[in-house]
Design a binder for this molecule. Sequence first.
Ligand code: ZN
Length: 239
Amino acid sequence: MRRDQWPSTPWLPPDCPSTAVRRPRPPQYFAGTERVPYIAPWTGENAPLGAITTRHRRGGVGIGYADEYGIADRRRGALWIRVPVKRGAGAPLLGRVHALRQRQAMAHMLCQYCGRPADDRSDGRYVFLLQAAVGRLITDGERTATPPACGGCVAEAVRGRSLRSGYVAVLVEDVTAWGVAGIVYTPDPVKPVPSTAEQFTLVAYDDPRLPWTLACREVVALHGCTVVDLAYLPEQIAA
Ligand SMILES: [Zn+2]
């Protein structure tokens, strides 16, 4: 991970200590025998969408919150969706993603399953588990909003049922910030361009639509990719 690609003082959710402080091991939760992913939201974290309005900022016009407060609401110029951080409250929503824990995992290369650092390989590469239709090539610069996974969790996912067919493991040499996935708004009137929560628009950090985008996922680009077939080489993935 090229740390120089990230802001020197990344925004951290309330439950996340400064990187200067040793990060505590996040608690692990299970639904039956299946580990609840670190980035999964919980019913206790539900909240209505904040009111979006037009804001004039130094860089121009875009969307914002009426009661916006700087570093907590924005990152790299993008307005971020507001969601409570109460991991473990209520019931887990498996298959869904908590926006701020996803961002935290991307910013610090944390495992999407256990939330611990995913830099446990001796060769310095990260493992990303990506959906890949048969025949689709994973190329340099591949974009993803799915955080990496540590070796132990990859092995667990391969053994269990959390990974269905259509996934590949990708060993990645370098990860760079690319942009966000979110909801793009129109200026007049201020309203979202029709899209669903599962069909966010990918917007690069240099895209002129960025000021009009409500960011819901951090998107990174993967470089130096080597694809590993989950069905045949799980031991290599977890090496
Ligand atoms: Zn893990």
